[in-house]
Design a binder for this molecule. Structure first.
Ligand code: ATP
Length: 245
């Protein structure tokens, strides 16, 4: 089966020195893949390249079997490879409802689909986004991304600034979306345990190198594998363990 999204020996960087080296990674239809790793590992850079914002120094990124080289971010998104925009970029003066009337990267949004995933948003339809809580704004951001009906959805730190309990409520929506739509999800998340609990597979980047990958269940079971791969950046893992116990 051809993966929906495939990084094939991809090297990425901003000037001459690479920050991601020889990365091979695939996301299949119906699959949630967690891209993990400590700060500065190259996770965001990886998503940027898939979104068409950064050209690989070497290697190929394919979407549905086709090389993405030369496609701009609008073309990539229109093809169905969508990155959720930062929830902090909601339009504070617009209501929830109005957010779904705006087109995004020239795509019309399926508001009812978003409301199916987030019934709370329907109730907040007339409220201005600036008056929503952080968690509600994140729901709106994720709702708008789902409303574009992506074939692969990329999410960079859904949890940023949110309480773990809210993250715990939002992450399963990604799982449900992958299952319902037979879509792929590539998820960057600092809450490693929570991310792996909804993922099929996990990959750990450290200083630009993919050091561990495997089924999510196995990574959850063999925690030492993950801890060792974080090479001295264990606070994330320990911190999360403390919060979940
Ligand atoms: N626009 C840029 N120009 C130059 N270097 C950059 C740029 N953006 C990121 N970097 C560098 O690339 C490396 C990887 O950064 P990246 O943001 O991809 O890491 P990350 O794994 O997403 O980290 P975090 O978890 O902290 O967000 C870092 O050393 C970072 O300083």
């Amino acid at each position: 089966m051809t993966p929906l999204l495939e990084f094939d020996h991809v090297t990425l960087g901003y000037s001459s020195s690479p920050v991601v080296r020889d990365l091979s990674l695939a996301v299949e239809a119906g699959e949630v893949v967690a891209l993990l790793g400590p700060n500065g590992a190259g996770k965001t850079t990886t998503l940027r390249a898939a979104s068409g914002l950064l050209t690989p120094m070497a290697g190929t990124i394919r979407f549905d079997g086709a090389d993405l080289a030369g496609r701009n971010p609008v073309q990539v998104a229109r093809a169905g490879l969508v990155q959720m925009t930062d929830a902090r970029s909601v339009f504070r003066g617009l209501t929830v409802e109005e957010h779904f009337r705006l087109r995004h990267r020239r795509q019309t949004l399926d508001r009812d689909l978003a409301y199916d995933y987030f019934p709370a948003l329907r109730k907040l339809a007339k409220r201005r986004a600036g008056l929503l809580s952080g968690g509600e704004q994140q729901m709106l951001g994720l709702g708008r991304a789902l409303a574009r009906r992506p074939r692969v959805l990329m999410v960079d730190e859904l949890s940023l600034g949110l309480a773990p309990v809210i993250v715990q409520r939002l992450l399963p929506i990604l799982r449900r979306f992958a299952d319902d739509a037979d879509a792929g999800v590539l998820l960057i998340e600092q809450h490693v345990q929570m991310a792996l609990s909804i993922a099929d597979r996990g990959s750990v980047l450290v200083h630009g190198d993919l050091v561990v990958e495997g089924p999510a269940e196995q990574l959850l079971r063999d925690r030492h594998l993950l801890t060792a791969s974080y090479l001295g950046s264990n606070e994330n893992l320990d911190h999360e363990q403390a919060q979940s116990t």
